[in-house]
Design a protein around this ligand. Structure first.
Ligand SMILES: C[S@@+](CC[C@H](N)C(=O)[O-])C[C@H]1O[C@@H](n2cnc3c(N)ncnc32)[C@H](O)[C@@H]1O
Length: 234
């Protein structure tokens, strides 16, 4: 018995501006939780337009912007309180020109499509929160440019933590998280597996990378043959 136990405990963080600010403070002190994500992300050499989905109070978006000076980030977040705390946090960091918060639900196709198209779309620590993960993935893939990347990083349901006989926000999130095969199944329902890679990440994380299939290259056509020269008039 190792089944997934979807959680709701984190919603208390999204209930008021104060609790959203408290979440930001906690996230700031948990830099080690972002280290693996930032390292993996750097391999994509991010630049251009980036969509951060489920951006929370913007702590991670600010780190991404600081590490990659050539990105401009749209931070999509469903909770009004998080959006307010996020705008405040981004302003404190002086990054308001490069990070724009948008309040909206990634489940809503119209909202996602209204954001434009992106060189990189990522979501961190958010997949296990989605009530309709396939719909969200499908929406998000539709706004990745043909040359772009879609990257998901989240906790992984690991046995050695799942069975720790304690309740804590972190352990509840571990119990609510997916394992690699489940993520592969979700991805398979919305895209072709050739374009996607699911990896276990040390110590209790996983990632999903999807690169849209490159546009098929048309074989170079034979140069049009010269029109037969007119017979010389007599
Ligand atoms: C655990 S927090 C992660 C925040 C941030 N990505 C980080 O790593 O610090 C998950 C966030 O996803 C947001 N979220 C959950 N479902 C969402 C949805 N359908 N659309 C947009 N945001 C969502 C929550 O409101 C919450 O702020």
């Amino acid at each position: 018995m190792f089944e997934r136990k979807p959680e709701t405990h984190e919603e208390e963080f999204f209930a008021s501006r104060e609790s959203a600010r408290a979440y930001a403070g906690m996230a700031e002190k948990s830099g080690f939780m972002y280290r693996g994500f930032l390292k993996e992300l750097a391999a994509f050499e991010p630049r251009g337009s980036v969509l951060d989905v489920g951006a929370g109070p913007g702590v991670l978006a600010c780190l991404v912007a600081q590490h990659h000076p050539e990105v401009h980030i749209t931070a999509l977040e469903v909770s009004d309180q998080m959006v307010e705390a996020g705008r405040e946090y981004v302003a404190q960091k002086g990054l308001q020109e490069r990070i724009q918060f948008v309040q909206g639900n990634a489940t809503n196709e119209e909202v996602v499509r209204g954001l434009g198209r992106f060189d990189l779309v990522y979501c961190a620590y958010t997949l296990h929160h989605f009530k309709a993960p396939e719909r969200v993935l499908k929406n998000l893939l539709s706004v990745v440019k043909d040359t772009g990347t879609f990257y998901v990083y989240d906790l992984r349901r690991t046995r050695w933590l799942y069975w720790v006989p304690l309740r804590s926000g972190f352990l509840d999130s571990i119990r609510a998280a997916y394992v690699a095969n489940e993520v592969r199944d979700i991805a398979q329902r919305v895209t072709t597996l050739q374009t996607c890679e699911v990896k276990n990440q040390f110590p209790f994380h996983l990632s999903l990378t999807i690169k849209p299939a490159p546009p098929t290259v048309q074989p170079a056509s034979e140069p049009a043959s010269e029109p037969a020269s007119e017979p010389a008039s007599r």
